[in-house]
Design a protein around this ligand. Sequence first.
Ligand code: NAP
Length: 243
Amino acid sequence: MRILVLGGTSEARALAAALVDRGVDVVSSLAGRVTRPRLPVGEVRIGGYGGVEGLRDYLREGALTHVVDATHPFATTMTAHAVAAGAAEGVPVIRLARPGWSEHPDASSWHWVEDYAQARTRVESLGRRPFVTTGRQTLGHFAAWRDHRVLVRVVEPPSDPLPPRWTTVVDRGPYAVEEERRLLAGHGVDVLVTKDSGGTYTAAKLTAAAHVAVPVVVVARPAAPAGLHETPTVQGTLDALGL
Ligand code: NAP
C-alpha cells in the first residue's frame, strides 16, 4: 500500500499523521501556493503535476495504490484531476472533505449564494464596508469595489497590489471569536462575505458577525463529482482504506 494524500488542509495533515503512526507508506502533496506552508509529517512533495496526464504518470511511476483527495472543498480542479487520473490508472480515490457550515446555529440567517458574482451583488445590497474572506484567488470578482473601504484577509499576500482604500490582513488562523469581533468593529465592517469552507479554524468570524449584527454572505460549495467515495473524517478515511 502506498497512499498519495492531496493536501493543503488541516484534515490532510491529520490523516498523514494517522497513516505515519500506523506505519503506512504515505506521501503528502501540496500545491506550493503558500510561502511557509504548515507541513504534514512524513514524506511531502510540493507543486502541481501538470494536469491529469502528469498525475497519471506520477501514480504509475510511484506505484501509488490509493489516492486520498483531502484538498480544500473549493479546490475543484485538483479534485476533478484526481478522479480522472485515478479512474484512468485504476487507482481508487477517496475524498476527505470536512463538513460545511450549513449546520451552524446561525446558518439559516445567512445569505447563501451560488457563486462570487451573486456574492458581489448581494453584498452590495447589504453594506458599504465589506470584510472579504473568500481567498486571494477570488478577489478579482470584487474589483468593482475599488473605491470602497474593503477589509480583505488572505493567507498569502496578493501578487498584484490591491486598491489603495482596501486594507489587507495577512493571517491564517485559527481565530477566536473575541479577536474577530474586535476586527469587525475596528474596521467598521458592515457585511461579511465568505465561502462555505467548513471546519473550526475560520468559523469564529461567523459567531462574531452574529454578535455585532453584521450580515453574512456565504458562497455555497461546488458539487462534488458524482460517484466519488466521500467521508467527512480522518477515521472514515482510515475505515475506507481498511486500516
Ligand atoms: P485547484 O484550483 O483545485 O487546483 C489548481 C491546480 O493546482 C491543480 O490543477 C494542480 O496543478 C495544483 N494543485 C492543487 N492542489 C494540489 C495539491 N494538493 N498537490 C499538488 N498540486 C495541487 O486548487 P486551489 O483552489 O488553487 O488550491 C490549491 C491548494 O490550496 C490545494 O491544495 C488546497 O487544498 C489548498 N487550499 C485551497 C483553498 C481554497 O479556497 N481554494 C483554501 C485553503 C487551502 P496541476 O494541474 O499542475 O497538477
